[in-house]
Design a binder for this molecule. Structure first.
Ligand code: JAH
Length: 271
């Protein structure tokens, strides 16, 4: 996979040189190119922003440098192939594991992280007529710019590329991986030493009883999901649950409607 990033803060993307993404690049599994947007300005101050039409606070990123940057990047690739454009914005589609999987199947991504109040709308509208474009939000909060979101999305995508994750860290069990434990949060994990600051390990994990261990882990996942992400319980497929799961959810205050879906009339339950 090739990834291009166009930014006014290329230094912000330095983390792409280390860890999982840096190693994938060193192994030739990922080709990352970071570009300074100001190289596509022509005035002596390398201006990338201007005042908003209609008034209001802040500044808006001018369309011309973006247009020149994106045309140059497109022209640098194979004849007749367009990249997929990814625009981090708080007004975008939520970034999920599903979208990470979708993007990991693309040969070429171009990220366009904005600063200020964002990019002149005509840029996204123009490229959406030629390229696949995703406006993406990594969560409901406002950053100072999209670069941190580029790091997040790139890491989530890169670890899904063939050969990037070692066997030790394989992703089949990720909380939100398709086919994970019914889209539940993961429960706690433990390692040596068996006693640390007077705290021991749940006995079942030392029992060697694999059936009991799997059941306990699943219970922990349900308890945590019920407490922290009741929305995931509400949208879970009842057919993916067994008798024991349903009994545990009932204990946690969940009831099933006529369609089998889970709801909790009393609202959140302590413990
Ligand atoms: C802020 C341009 N979903 C997180 C997110 C993504 C992008 C931005 N903020 C939050 C952002 C300022 C300018 C993008």
């Amino acid at each position: 996979m090739r990834i291009d990033v166009v930014t006014i803060f290329p230094e912000y993307l330095e983390p792409l040189n280390v860890s999982l993404v840096g190693k994938a690049r060193a192994r030739g599994q990922l080709d990352v190119r970071v570009h300074d947007l100001r190289q596509w300005t022509h005035d002596r101050h390398h201006t990338v922003d201007d005042t908003p039409y209609g008034g209001g606070p802040g500044m808006v990123m001018k369309p011309e440098p973006w247009g020149e940057a994106l045309d140059a990047i497109e022209a640098s690739g194979p004849q007749g192939t367009a990249p997929v454009m990814v625009v981090p914005t708080p007004s975008g589609r939520p970034f999920t594991q599903r979208l990470a999987v979708e993007l990991s199947a693309k040969p070429w991504l171009v990220f366009t992280p904005a600063r200020y109040e964002g990019i002149d709308r005509r840029v996204v509208d123009a490229y959406a007529e030629r390229w696949e474009v995703h406006e993406v939000s990594i969560g409901d909060y406002v950053l100072a710019g999209g670069e941190a979101a580029v790091l997040v999305i790139t890491e989530a995508v890169a670890r899904l590329l063939p050969g990037v994750l070692g066997n030790a860290e394989s992703h089949r069990d990720d909380s939100f991986a398709p086919g994970a434990m019914a889209d539940l949060l993961e429960g706690p994990v433990y390692t040596k030493p068996p006693v640390w600051r007077d705290r021991d390990i749940p006995e079942v994990l030392l029992s060697g009883h694999h059936g009991k261990i799997a059941r306990w882990r699943r219970d922990q996942a349900f308890r945590r999901t019920s407490a922290l992400r009741p929305d995931l319980i509400e949208r879970c497929d009842p057919a993916a649950l067994d008798k024991h799961d349903r009994a545990l959810l009932a204990e946690l205050g969940w009831t099933q409607g006529p369609d089998g879906r889970f709801g909790r009339p009393g609202g959140p339950v302590e413990e």
